[in-house]
Design a protein around this ligand. Structure first.
Ligand SMILES: *Cc1c(COP(=O)(O)O)cnc(C)c1O
Length: 402
């Protein structure tokens, strides 16, 4: 009996998230966690065949492992592309892509608003690998074409960006990169594969911090790369060299999480939009950043290119600047104060003290990040409870009143 994808009619995204492309063996509901780093073969022919299967083979954990492979096939299917590879962190995924696609002297363009770790990686690559790096402003797409050079190999973007949720028109960015002979890479962490089908928009290579909504419970660190066959083969080669391959138990945890990703995403995104709307009407809130609000500059593009809502993250500026933001964060009782996003637990952070600390006040001003900005990642709790907590915390700020 076989229930593989090729024999089933076209299915919706929630169905695919639960069932994946191939059923686990022996009628099991979930893939067995095979705690074996090494796999014995019956013959030299068999051994060679296992090795030649690459990440889909059962050979040696860094090369190919059945529990990893099963999860990777699910991820590729959900992202609508040939292949996916798991990594031990989001940064391992992004680093491996850059190390694969950039040689000494190659030029890479990235957004100023990229994840801090990615900016650190680019600076490291400039110093250690001779990459030429140009940063462009996510708010000024008209300036991007001039940044390209004959040796530009890679354009790396995020959408939505952190923490002001800028939206990049991925179809236009892909067209620009391709016109100039470069590839477009997207860190799709904020949207997730369910929320944004980057490959269908023309993106060449996609990375995820699976630590965020893919894992979704604040209990694991992992990364994913997805790409078409030729590119994934190159990334696979680099992963084999550097070896940031996760444990089989982690792949199983991710497989389990993927089954509820559409449900979690709908719940988180609905809460984020509800809180964004309420915050926008609060007299003590100066600005709200969320792509689901019609006033957000990326609203129309986000409506076109995102699904299942506009993401979990809302950022807002409270009247009273940095001190007020700190008071809000420290007065919250239900919503915890910590880094990360996309989990079932709501979390707040102050970008000036976490994700964007290294920019300094001047860099943050240049990037359009107010000192009093609070970033909230909405979880799956009751919206009414989250709002009650936010309201009481904002009310504690003396300078925020009126
Ligand atoms: C968290 C995050 C990363 C880094 O992922 P890790 O799993 O922490 O290594 C990269 N990009 C974005 C957008 C992130 O939010």
């Amino acid at each position: 009996m076989s229930r593989s994808e090729s024999e089933r009619p076209a299915e919706g995204v929630r169905t695919r998230a639960v069932h994946g492309p191939n059923p686990p063996p022996d009628g099991a509901m979930s893939s067995p966690v095979v705690h074996s780093s090494t796999f014995g073969a019956d013959s030299l022919h068999d051994l060679t065949a296992r090795q030649n299967q690459g990440p889909a083979g059962s050979f040696y954990q860094r090369y190919g492992h059945p529990t990893l492979g099963a999860c990777e096939q699910r991820l590729a299917q959900l992202d609508g592309v040939d292949g996916a590879l798991l990594f031990s962190s989001g940064m391992a995924a992004i680093s491996t892509v850059f190390l694969t696609l950039l040689r000494q002297g190659d030029h890479v363009i990235a957004l100023d608003q990229c994840y801090g770790g990615t900016i650190t990686l680019l600076n490291w690559g400039a110093e250690h690998c001779g990459w030429q790096v140009t940063m462009v402003d996510a708010r000024e797409p008209a300036t991007w074409p001039a940044a390209f050079r004959p040796n530009t190999r890679l354009f790396h973007v995020e959408s939505p960006t952190n923490p002001t949720l800028r939206i990049v028109d991925l179809t236009a960015a892909a067209a620009l990169a391709h016109e100039r002979g470069a590839l477009l890479s997207v860190d799709n962490t904020f949207a997730s594969p369910i929320g944004q089908q980057a490959h269908a928009l023309g993106v060449d290579v996609v990375e995820y911090s699976a630590t965020k909504s893919i894992g979704g419970h604040g209990d694991l660190l992992a990364g994913v790369v997805t790409a078409r066959a030729d590119l994934i083969a190159k990334v696979y080669k680099t992963r084999k060299i550097f070896g940031p391959v996760p444990d089989p138990a982690l792949a199983w945890q991710i497989e389990r999480s993927l089954k509820t990703l559409p449900l979690r995403l709908e719940a988180m995104n609905a809460n984020a939009l509800e809180l964004a709307k309420r915050l926008a009407q609060h007299p003590s809130v100066l600005q709200v950043f969320h792509p689901g609000l019609p006033a957000h500059p990326g609203h129309d593009i986000a409506t076109r290119q995102m699904r299942f809502g506009f993401g979990q993250v809302v950022a807002f500026e409270v009247r009273g600047g940095a001190a007020a933001a700190q008071a809000v964060v420290e007065s919250l009782k239900l919503v915890r104060h910590g880094p990360s996003l996309g989990g079932v637990d709501s979390l707040v952070s102050l970008p000036s003290h976490t994700s964007h600390i290294m920019l300094g006040p001047e860099g943050r001003a240049k990037a359009g990040i107010p000192e009093g900005l609070v970033r909230l990642s909405a979880g799956i709790e009751d919206a009414a409870d989250l709002w009650a907590d936010l309201e009481q915390a904002i009310a504690k700020v003396p300078s925020a009143v009126g």
